[in-house]
Write a protein that binds this ligand. Structure first.
Ligand code: ADP
Ligand code: MG
Length: 393
């Protein structure tokens, strides 16, 4: 789960990570009071969307910059009005962009130098890793590619946590000294504690800055949390902004379905994540393109199968459906009944290929055959994939 910059910064403050003073406004009626609370300018006006690259982004009406410097309150309100309700396209949003529904006003900082700081999970060692660079404010992928020697990494042993010497080493590698050094050590230590205690899978501060008046501040904040740990963080779940999520994925989560929208035209309904991935692979193998990943889980009910069909069909790109079920715990006939009910309920008009195998498969096949519906049966995964690819061609 992702949160907005202004929410991430509130968490930062709670953990003693210094940020510039800021106020969020969820509607234009709040612009004035938010800016009044910040006292005097200059300000930076920031579009709140779950994507980076906002500063260099462009709105669909041609207005440039999702992050703008404003000398005065009047100018800040003018920019906020241009951003609010407008759609921002950045390198990370895809061409459709994201609609801005919250504006974050912050005090402008007098930047001396921009750095990069992130806390992630290192897949190779299965350890938390802190990544820092003297090259901040720019795309870190580019720095990693062109000047890898400017990127520093520290692996943390979770059993003992981040050690003081590790935070000091990182601050030293960033070339900081004196009071900046002390502040950076404190900031890194507190940020790690936040990431650990909140089960964050990623915390990215780009840029981390030193100011001309001697401060070290997190100027931007991007935080993602591990969905599997959200059950122990109700305060974080409360920060979820459904405006930022695909409505199909929200609907799927209500029915405990793992659904991820993709851009192909063959929808898949599968039980088990591994089988769902190999189903997408085999569709590709035979020249098709999957429209989604969908795992109905090991013990899906008829209701879940019906919900899955409804969600699949709200995607206008879908031209055919492939159901691939291996009944281990799952009863194939439960799936067959769900498929028949959904086909009837939705008046399905696009091709549907069903491959069932395993527990109670004979009854499942009989249910499909006796339904009188135009459901194509398949005997194997390859057979099903070839059939659906041919039918949508
Ligand atoms: P994004 O990464 O989405 O473009 P940032 O928050 O990093 O958004 O803002 C883009 C740039 O704007 C920063 O790299 C920084 O140079 C500048 N900026 C952002 N916030 C402030 C601020 N409070 N004071 C001064 N400059 C800022
Ligand atoms: Mg940034």
């Amino acid at each position: 789960m992702n949160i907005h910059e202004y929410q991430a910064k509130a968490l930062f403050e709670k953990y003693g990570v210094a940020v510039p003073k800021g106020m969020a406004a969820r509607s234009p009626s709040e612009f004035d009071s938010a800016l009044t609370a910040l006292d005097h300018g200059p300000f930076v006006v920031k579009s709140q969307i779950h994507a980076g690259g906002r500063g260099k982004g462009t709105f669909t009406d041609g207005f440039k910059g999702g992050v703008k410097f404003a000398k005065s309150k009047a100018e800040a309100i003018e920019f906020a009005n241009k951003m609010y309700g407008n759609t921002l396209v950045t390198a990370q949003t895809g061409p459709a962009g994201r609609k801005v529904q919250t504006i974050y006003f912050t005090k402008a900082a007098d930047i001396a130098k921009e750095y990069y700081l992130a806390i992630l999970l290192d897949r190779a060692t299965s350890l938390p890793v802190i990544v820092a660079s003297t090259e901040g404010g720019v795309e870190i992928e580019k720095v990693a590619h062109e000047t890898p020697e400017k990127i520093f990494k520290i692996l943390v042993d979770p059993a003992v946590g981040l050690q003081g010497y590790q935070a000091r080493q990182l601050a030293f590698q960033l070339g900081l000294s004196g009071d900046h050094f002390k502040q950076a050590v404190k900031l890194i230590t507190n940020l790690y504690r936040m990431a650990w205690e909140t089960d964050a899978s990623m915390v990215e501060v780009n840029p981390l800055i030193t100011t001309t008046d001697g401060q070290v501040l997190a100027l931007d904040a991007k935080v993602s949390f591990d969905d599997n740990a959200l059950f122990r963080h109700p305060d974080i779940v409360a920060l979820r902004d459904l405006n930022e999520e695909d409505p199909k994925e929200i609907e799927a989560s209500k029915f405990s379905l793992s659904y991820i929208a993709l851009d192909g035209n063959i929808a898949c309904l599968v039980n088990g994540a591994g089988l769902a991935m190999s189903t997408m692979d085999i569709i590709k193998h035979f020249g098709g393109n999957p429209a989604n990943f969908l795992d109905v889980g090991g013990g899906a009910t008829k209701d879940q199968v019906q919900a899955a069909f409804r969600i699949i069909l709200t995607d206008p790109n879908v031209k055919g459906i492939m159901v691939n079920i291996f009944g281990g715990i799952m009863d194939c006939n439960t799936i067959a009944n769900g498929v028949v009910a959904a086909t009837r309920e939705l008046g399905l008009t696009i091709p549907l290929v069903v491959r069932l195998e395993g527990n109670n498969v004979a009854a499942g096949k009989q249910t499909l055959a006796e339904s009188g519906l135009a459901i194509e049966s398949a005997d194997s995964m390859a057979d099903a994939a070839q059939k659906i690819v041919r039918l949508v061609a």
